[in-house]
Design a protein around this ligand. Structure first.
Ligand code: MN
Length: 497
């Protein structure tokens, strides 16, 4: 059967009936022509790969220019057609996205030095146009799907990199759909035994729980409608395999304490409906203490909004509910990418997007410390720490939210506000109590930093408890310069003798 763009066109039309479908078809023919005669490692025609990449983007409801850039993403790297050629044919917006991906290059593993350099490039490209990273994610998802064609050592390396770098970035940008795909596809190759074990557990547990959840779904849906609230959708969502795995590790590899394998998701028209539904559920069933989470009033740092509650449901079974509007749902699945659905020209003026971009820019900025010097392994670990950690929010007395990694301390908080404040902090007032600088902060804490302007600089003992690379960097810098000064002084004294 000849390879055609029909399925891709269908997918684009589904979400965007008014899109320029002819241009999509033209781009497909263009890419097919350019890649003519090339084959993938699996033996299939090369065009299969960019086509699949574009289909993933279309499934995510991405606008046509991004889908087209997906079709063309390997053209300059692998064929005679240049970025300039793409610019002449498709215009400068699409060409600049393709150029961004080409600049990232194919990540070839040539030791840790090259690898860190590649990552740095990725952050820089991401900071200049975030659409580039979304195309890169789609590219990676298809490469993971066809990973079996590669030799085992390459398979493992690509899988590990997807788990440790790509998925955490997708998570931080709130692109849940891609995060889950990257994780689950990579998990299979990175840890085959563990992956099989989780699949087995999951299958068994779902079999047991499925009909029960269906029953609760029906009765809850009816109850909400009886109270006069429209239900746009109610469905069971199954936790993705790799998230379940991480949770199992936390609970001694036992399913007993995991209550959200299947959660019930309720989608309602308005924000006020979310709270009304929460009330209805709590009237019907008793909530578990400490498990009611209002991510609408306090969204997660990646922008996630929803109400969560876990209740003792029918027959005493424990069930988690997630309540949200359609807009919150789209944002939860697509994160920063959700905003292009309504924003064809990709200008991204929304404040949420600006906040995310600020994070990406900061990350790129931080990589300046990362690329050179002999300590690549250390740099890579620092980067992983920044990406991986769960985040908490801590408030300033003015009510600004500072986003920090879990277990961060007032020193991290101080440096996150300004290096000057970090350098001169001497104490902290957390929720109106004076606390030491190594106290662990928690989400929702209000923290005020006490500074002493006469303080000479940070204390190198802080290195034993700070959690952010920003704080670590500043404390280290200072410790270093203090040491250099000291050595210089000794030298000078020596010279005077
Ligand atoms: Mn590719």
């Amino acid at each position: 059967m000849p390879i055609s763009a029909d399925k891709l066109i269908e997918k684009v039309r589904d979400h965007q009936p008014n899109a320029d479908l002819e241009l999509v078809r033209f781009a497909f023919d263009f890419a097919k022509e350019a890649h003519a005669g090339q084959k993938r490692k699996s033996g299939e025609p090369y065009i299969m790969h960019p086509l699949a990449t574009a289909e993933i983007l279309a499934d995510m409801k991405m606008p046509v220019p991004i889908v087209i850039a997906g079709l063309l993403h390997d053209v300059p790297e692998d064929t005679d057609v240049t970025v300039e050629g793409i610019r002449e044919t498709f215009g400068s917006d699409i060409a600049s996205m393709v150029a961004g991906i080409t600049k990232l290059g194919k990540i070839k593993y040539r030791g840790i030095e090259r690898y860190v350099e590649n990552l740095r490039k990725m952050f820089v490209a991401m900071a200049s146009d975030i659409r580039v990273i979304i195309i890169k994610f789609a590219d990676r998802i298809h490469n993971l799907r066809t990973l079996s064609a590669l030799p085992p050592h390459k398979r493992k390396r690509i899988a590990m990199e997807s788990l440790e770098i790509y998925a955490p970035i997708a998570n931080r940008l709130g692109i849940n759909e891609m995060r889950a795909l990257l994780e689950d596809l990579a998990f299979t190759h990175a840890m085959p035994k563990e992956s099989e074990w989780v699949s087995g557990l999951m299958e068994k547990a779902i079999k047991v729980k499925k009909s029960y959840v269906d029953r609760v779904k029906d009765s809850t849906g009816q109850e909400i409608k009886r109270e006069g609230i429209e239900v746009l959708d109610i469905h069971g969502r199954v936790k993705n395999r790799y998230s379940l795995y991480r949770k199992l590790l936390k609970y001694e590899r036992s399913m007993v304490q995991i209550h959200d394998l299947i959660a019930l998701r309720i989608i309602v028209p308005k924000m006020s409906d979310c709270y009304a539904v929460l009330g209805i559920i709590h009237q019907k069933w008793k909530p578990l203490k400490g498990r009611i989470k209002d991510y609408i009033a306090q969204p997660k740092p990646n922008g996630y909004r929803s109400l969560h509650t876990t209740v003792f449901c029918e027959d005493g079974e424990i069930v988690e509910f997630q309540i949200r509007t359609q807009e919150m749902h789209d944002e939860a699945e697509l994160g920063i990418a959700a905003h292009w659905q309504y924003d064809e020209d990709g200008k991204l003026a929304k404040p949420e997007v600006k906040k995310q971009m600020a994070w990406v820019k900061e990350l790129a900025e931080r990589q300046k410390f990362l690329h050179s010097g002999p300590n690549f392994e250390e740099s890579l670990e620092t980067l992983k720490i920044d990406l991986f950690q769960n985040r908490i929010f801590v408030f300033t007395p003015e009510g600004d939210v500072i986003d920090l990694p879990e277990d961060a301390t007032p020193v991290d908080f101080a440096y996150a506000i300004h290096s000057q404040i970090g350098d001169t902090c001497v104490g902290a007032r957390i929720n109106d109590h004076i606390m030491s600088l190594d106290t662990k902060l928690y989400s929702g804490d209000c923290c005020e930093i006490i500074v002493d302007k006469n303080r000479k600089g940070p204390n190198s003992d802080w290195l034993s408890f700070v959690k952010t690379s920003t704080a670590r960097h500043h404390v280290r810098q200072h410790a270093k310069s203090k040491l250099t000064r000291w050595i210089r002084n000794i030298k000078n004294e020596g010279g005077n003798n």
